[in-house]
Design a protein around this ligand. Structure first.
Ligand code: AMP
Length: 608
């Protein structure tokens, strides 16, 4: 039934979607080349003290692009990028676009099996890597691998812009996201969509040539596109933050101060980390937050410390962000703002627009909609539909699976998910993908994974497992199985062994009946011996507080108890506050409480 009066229908479909702006006529990479001509000597990017000017960045990218073209890159091909963060990464990202290929981020930190899947599924023509990374990875035979350290960036004729290059309809990149049926899926984004997104962001929230943007996001996450390309359109400077600094609130606060950053984009978990480290912000600082719901208490603390706070929303499938809104001190609830340029948002119940204030599925149309999922026609057909509210042939919408509503003033509100997709520290995770991996273990009869909220911007995964009789796995075995197949952020923090899964009265799985049964989980494998007096008790106290558990044994491992990398940093910070010595958070990874505490004792001894 059509319940909307005509004027309200007009408002939600047209008035609030009146975002038409002149569409970009050229890919981002061409606009960057103009900037390199206009201000060749300005610094484009800085990493650990080393810099590249606009001119140098462009000519290096040209040298590499010409080399890639020579090796077979070009329109219609994919090129994998397996590199740590650094100036070289910037050169490669631009070079692949200049060559006309689309890049596929292959994060060297992912498990080998997952990387192998991505390389095979994408059919990359070649992979650009560096000697330190390539040595650790075992790519399938037959895939060409170019070592960036072997490329001679001397000034030669090869520094001119290659004349070939991408059309707006060509793919610019492909990013893999978690897939509910057990394997990740590649989202293919066009140059047109990327250029439209960047031009819209340049207008609002906006960026100017005096800005310094601290870029801290891995390129496996599409939002890195804002951090690495937007400054290059504005003539601004990118300050690349190394991954270990990005995950440590104190180090990040220090880095922001040192480089004179004026803008940073991050997920709520990272902003939380910064605030926990007592970061003071500043009135000329602008904070862009997105990737998962911005908790109101976090927004309140942030907005007091910065000049501007923006909440940005969008899935990978519609190119980084599709809505943007400035968060005000007076906001009672946190809105995700309004659609960006050339973007339409519909809140639908089935095919019918929901009235103002009524929840429905957020569907996104316009210039940002992806080409589709790579090699997954049924899935693409299911999630991408033709736009029922425009008369232009070819216009499509993406059904996000997010629940939202319109506010009376034309701002949008995000209300959660309609399915089992969750966010953990900004990472998008389909619980079904983890369940598929666990269910594939021969000892497992049935596994269900649930996300539990442990605090603002702190979600933890718990696996609830029913084993075949007598085949219960130890935590260690289960972790090894998961770690070999899933990225670190998808490995459940705890595993609970159950005799049977809770069911609703009509026999369906009762997900609400899956409680965070901590004790049961820990005791799967641990030898219960209490912490010894001294450093072990000190560290156990810090773990208990951060992990919110009652008991910790000497042989417990921080990560098996529900810890994750951000909490590990907080352990290190707490220990530093008490003892004055700074430890490496990575030392928590493979150590028991006893082994880790020994290092605390040593550091304390050494400091005296
Ligand atoms: P990804 O594809 O990793 O960017 O994840 C997209 C999903 O993250 C969206 O469909 C939302 O569920 C969630 N998301 C992203 N930004 C926000 C935000 N600002 N507020 C609430 N949820 C968000």
């Amino acid at each position: 039934l059509e319940v909307l009066p005509d004027d309200e229908r007009l408002r939600v479909l047209k008035t609030w979607n009146a975002t038409t702006a002149p569409p970009p006529t050229r890919p981002f990479i061409r606009m960057f080349e103009d900037m390199a001509v206009a201000q060749p000597n300005a610094i484009a990017v800085r990493f650990e003290g080393a810099t590249l000017s606009y001119g140098d960045l462009n000519s290096r990218a040209n040298v590499l692009a010409n080399r890639l073209i020579h090796l077979g890159a070009g329109r219609g091909t994919f090129v994998g990028i397996a590199l740590e963060r650094g100036l070289g990464l910037m050169v490669v990202l631009l070079a692949v676009q200049k060559a006309g290929s689309a890049y596929v981020p292959l994060d060297p930190g992912l498990p080998e099996l997952r990387l192998k899947f991505m390389v095979e599924d994408s059919g990359v023509a070649m992979i650009v890597s560096s000697s330190d990374v390539a040595g650790k990875l075992d790519f399938p035979e037959g895939v060409q691998c170019l070592d960036i350290d072997d490329v001679e960036f001397a000034c030669t004729g090869a520094t001119v812009d290659p004349d070939s290059g991408p059309a707006l309809s060509d793919a610019a990149y492909m990013i893999y996201t978690s897939g509910s049926t057990g394997v990740p899926k590649g989202v293919v984004i066009s140059h047109g969509a990327l250029a439209n997104f960047l031009c819209s962001m340049l207008e609002e929230p906006g960026l100017g040539e005096t800005d310094v943007l601290a870029a801290e996001t891995t390129i496996s996450f599409d939002i890195a596109g804002l951090e690495l390309y937007l400054p290059l359109l504005a003539g601004a400077r990118i300050e690349l933050i190394g991954s270990s600094t990005a995950g440590n609130g104190y180090a990040l606060a220090e880095a922001l101060q040192r480089c004179g950053a004026t803008v940073m984009q991050a997920t709520p978990a990272t902003w939380q980390l910064l605030l926990d480290a007592d970061w003071q912000g500043g009135k000329s600082f602008r904070a862009f937050c997105g990737g998962e719901a911005l908790p109101p208490e976090l927004a309140g603390r942030l907005v007091d410390r910065v000049g501007e706070l923006w909440n940005l929303y969008g899935p990978t499938e519609t190119t980084v962000w599709s809505t943007a809104g400035r968060v005000d001190r007076s906001d009672e609830s946190i809105s995700i703002g309004r659609p960006i340029n050339n973007t339409r948002i519909y809140v639908l119940n089935g095919d019918t627009p929901a009235p103002i204030g009524v929840a429905g599925e957020i569907c996104i149309g316009g210039a940002g909609v992806a080409i589709g999922y790579h090699d997954r026609p049924e899935l693409t057909e299911d999630r991408f539909r033709s736009d029922p509210f425009t008369d232009r042939a070819g216009d499509r919408i993406y059904r996000t699976g997010d629940l939202g509503r319109w506010g009376a003033d034309g701002r949008l509100y995000h209300l959660g998910r309609m399915d089992h997709q969750v966010k953990v520290r900004g990472y998008r995770i389909e619980l079904g993908e983890i369940e598929t991996v666990l269910n594939a273990h021969p000892a497992v009869r049935q596994a269900v994974v649930a996300a539990h909220r442990a605090g603002p911007a702190d979600t933890r995964l718990a696996a609830h497992i029913v084993y075949h009789p007598g085949q219960e796995l130890t935590t260690t075995e289960l972790r090894r199985w998961s770690r070999e197949r899933l990225p670190e952020y998808m490995v459940p923090s705890i595993a609970v062994s159950l005799e049977r899964l809770p069911l609703t009265p009509n026999g369906k799985l009762d997900r609400n009946g899956l409680v965070y049964q901590f004790d049961n989980a820990v005791r799967l494998d641990a030898v219960v011996e209490p912490p010894a007096p001294g450093p072990e008790t000190l560290v156990a106290g810090i773990w208990k507080q951060l992990l919110k558990v009652d008991t910790i044994a000497a042989d417990d491992n921080f990560f098996d108890l529900g810890g994750h990398s951000l909490l590990a940093l907080r352990v290190v910070v707490e220990i530093e506050k008490i003892t004055g010595s700074r430890l490496d958070p990575r030392s928590l990874f493979f150590q028991t409480l006893r082994q880790f505490s020994a290092a605390v004792g040593d550091a304390r001894g050494g400091n005296r």
